[in-house]
Design a protein around this ligand. Structure first.
Ligand SMILES: Nc1ncnc2c1ncn2[C@@H]1O[C@H](COP(=O)(O)OP(=O)(O)OP(=O)(O)O)[C@@H](O)[C@H]1O
Ligand SMILES: [Mg+2]
Length: 362
């Protein structure tokens, strides 16, 4: 799949932008602060209905304006889809081929985009919630059901924490809540475990191709992964929740569940967070993203789009070339740089170059 066109109105520093992309390599060039990342951000927004940098959508609205619009045509095999997003200060409307989207979960599966950017290193180095967000977003891209289950679960978790804080003593209510909580928690555990298995189908080979080192894998760290016999998971979680209850009543926070999940990167069984060099860590995160692409290809039969924001900085020459070989093969790539001379001549020859200055194409 590939983006054919993009129109922005009052998005970040763009009052009016009209762009068309080629189906292969597109390079956005401009000095710092001119609006390169803003373009990638709007494309990311089309796929994920959120920014990759901030959680308050109102910040995306051009200063002094009250709304933004994003419009894009996306080619998918021989179909040409149109997405239109209209964001006002308190409301958002999303249209897919003129029809307003009611179910966000179903929409999130439609446009498959993978973004690389320097802060992605946080997936490896940062706190567990960053890794959970990565997992969630990745699974949304291939399974609309996951969005609904996760939403249901989060609602139950919130209700449960409110109950714990309330000092109410209603055993029947708590048991009912826990029954549903455990049910949804287990589905989430299973879906995440399955997704991590899929990543491990690919990640070691990818890492070897880019970094020339074998045996990278990721390992799921959760209550679920600790239970030897997965048929026992329900009883085990119920038991755990009973054990935790007195402590929970005291803190008002549910202790066990997918909200505690994490995963680690292991290179030859050693935790890369503790042992890896910066380059090895960067390579691992890039491999993770490529594994995500392979999963979309294999399980959805779709070729996703790559957005690369300034990602070549920390890989050396050989690894940069290995990475480019991967990318050049079949994807639409939209990448940004401040300096064309940093990018290989071969890539530039096939590329559409888009020069940006202060929110305008020049
Ligand atoms: N809501 C907004 N309204 C107007 N301008 C904005 C808004 N949000 C951000 N900007 C402006 O957008 C510019 C930043 O754009 P962007 O992050 O795309 O830069 P960039 O070209 O990627 O730069 P760099 O090379 O440093 O990464 C800044 O000048 C900032 O002031
Ligand atoms: Mg930028």
């Amino acid at each position: 799949m590939f983006f054919k066109s993009l129109e922005l109105k009052n998005f970040r520093n763009y009052n009016n932008l009209n762009l068309s992309f080629n189906s292969h390599i597109n390079i956005i060039v401009g000095k710092n602060g001119q609006g390169k990342t803003n373009i990638l951000e709007s494309l990311y927004y089309i796929a994920y209905l959120k920014s990759h940098r901030i959680s308050d959508d109102n910040i995306l609205i051009n200063e002094a304006k009250k709304n933004f619009k994003i419009k894009s045509k996306i080619k998918r095999e021989n179909l040409l889809d149109e997405v239109k997003i209209e964001q006002t200060l308190d409301n958002r409307k999303v249209f897919f081929n003129q029809t307003e989207i009611q179910k966000k979960g179903e929409y999130l599966e439609l446009i498959n985009v993978i973004l690389f950017e320097p802060t992605n290193l946080e997936i490896l180095k940062g706190s567990p919630n960053i890794r959970r967000e990565f997992l969630n977003d990745a699974i949304f891209q291939i399974n609309s059901n996951y969005y609904n289950v996760l939403n249901d679960f989060n609602r139950l978790l919130k209700m449960r924490n409110e109950f714990l804080k309330s000092n109410r003593n209603d055993q029947v209510y708590l048991e009912t809540l826990d029954k549903y909580y455990v049910e949804k928690a287990i589905i989430i555990y299973q879906m995440r475990a399955k997704y991590i298995n899929k990543i491990n189908e690919f990640i070691s080979d990818i890492y070897k191709n880019i970094m020339n080192i074998e045996n990278l894998k990721i390992e799921y760290k959760s209550f679920y992964s600790k239970i030897e016999n997965k048929n026992d998971i329900k009883e085990a979680l119920i038991k755990e929740m009973k054990n935790n209850y007195n402590k929970e009543k005291y803190t008002g926070i549910t202790i066990e569940g997918p909200q505690k999940d994490d995963f680690v990167f292991l290179l030859n069984s050693k935790n890369l967070k503790e042992y890896g060099s910066q380059g090895q860590q960067r390579g691992a995160v890039i491999s993770l993203k490529f594994a995500e692409a392979e999963i979309i290809k294999k399980y959805k039969n779709v070729i996703p789009i790559f957005l690369l924001d300034d990602v070549f900085s920390e890989l050396d020459g050989i690894r940069k070339n290995n990475l480019l070989k991967y990318i050049e093969s079949e994807y639409q790539v939209i990448l940004t740089t401040t300096d064309l001379s940093k990018i290989s001549k071969k890539l530039i020859t096939n590329a559409q170059i888009i020069k940006i200055e202060n929110g305008n194409i020049i």
